[in-house]
Design a binder for this molecule. Sequence first.
Ligand SMILES: Cc1cc2nc3c(=O)[nH]c(=O)nc-3n(C[C@H](O)[C@H](O)[C@H](O)COP(=O)(O)OP(=O)(O)OC[C@H]3O[C@@H](n4cnc5c(N)ncnc54)[C@H](O)[C@@H]3O)c2cc1C
Length: 402
Amino acid sequence: MDQKRIVIIGGGGTGAAVARDLGLRGYSVLLLERDEFTGGTTGRHHGQLHSGARYAMGDREIARECLRETEILRRIAPDLIEDNGGLFVAVTDEEADYASQFRGACAEADIRTELISGKQAREIEPALSQAVRCAVTVPADGSFDAWRLPAAFFASAMEHGAKLFRYANVIGIETSGGSVSAVRVLDRMTNKEHKIEADVVINAGGPWVGKIAALAGIDMEVTPSPGTMVAVQGRFADKVISRLRPPNDGDIIVPQRSFSIIGTTQWITDDPDRIETPPEEIPRMLHLADEMIPAFSSAPFRAAWSAARPLAKRAHEVKAARALSRDFDCVHHENEGAAGLFSLVGGKATVLRAMGEIVADQVCSYIGEERQGSSDQEKLPPYRRFYRFLKEQESERKFSWI
Ligand SMILES: Cc1cc2nc3c(=O)[nH]c(=O)nc-3n(C[C@H](O)[C@H](O)[C@H](O)COP(=O)(O)OP(=O)(O)OC[C@H]3O[C@@H](n4cnc5c(N)ncnc54)[C@H](O)[C@@H]3O)c2cc1C
């Protein structure tokens, strides 16, 4: 392969991180997003910077990866992270009993914690319920702006030559001789169709990953799984407040600017384009928030919305959505007649950089080149540069490699 032309489909955080990693390695990258950048799940999630504590009981390796990535993000994007720390609160005796196993699992994943009394927890966060019996502090937890972080990744990718197109809907993926050869894109600004030749195509479609793979005739075992979040006016705690129990509905309150967001739930759907927030979930979320912070539900209501993640299983095989793996997977479709087509399933916004690196490593190995990544070393540029770069690129909107 002489010339490596890499098309990324999907302009969420994952696409941004992959574009940056490949750009840093000197590849020609063209990214296509059918709507606004970050208009999918990326622009709608909780914004929790996961230390890994939430996952430590279930999977130490995922927990360790989260911790590693929070440390890297704090280094390469210090201005985009709110270093507020987290408190896991026990509201019942059963939850208080869970503290020691929870802390043991965190310790095995190298996540620092401290056990404090309910009184000490209320001294730190006075809005906490009197019912809080004890709490575990997790200093590595935090929050971040769901839009600004990927915007900084986009800006970095563009600094390294990536071309980004919004309102560019991919409507076809072509193969030739068992390898991917081109994508067909509908420019929603002009309603014109274009063909872009490609040596590698990366499907970073988030919950749309199955729909995009189907454009190449590939039937993927994925199910979009949405969750609901509810925001109220007021910042009741500066720390991320989580329930001290195995992951469940309505167990995280994240402070974002002057709002507080409770989330989330998890159900499954066939179509990520038709997600409606179930109305009964809103009072349920508010009730669950009140168990940790009693003033939550009486604060002015601001918004309720849902966003989906792709889960690696078919809908009819799903029994409990939470039982499914949250691992990240980069699937190469070489045995399905589409060598060079990669589909990305799962992951978390916290580990977007690591996902970009894993994909770029796999692409390098497919191409047969050893190009070392440096995405964990290079500081991200200010996110504000993103729209400046975009304006420059959009002044000449040409769906081509030059
Ligand atoms: C309810 C919920 C809460 C979450 N909270 C957190 C959290 O607090 N912290 C955390 O770290 N992670 C969180 N996550 C996970 C995180 O949101 C996701 O891992 C991340 O946003 C996924 O980004 P993505 O780029 O893979 O997908 P997306 O952001 O959905 O991007 C996919 C993009 O592909 C585009 N697209 C689709 N089809 C086409 C096409 N044919 N042509 C071109 N473009 C196309 C879409 O428009 C979309 O912009 C949460 C997830 C959910 C569901």
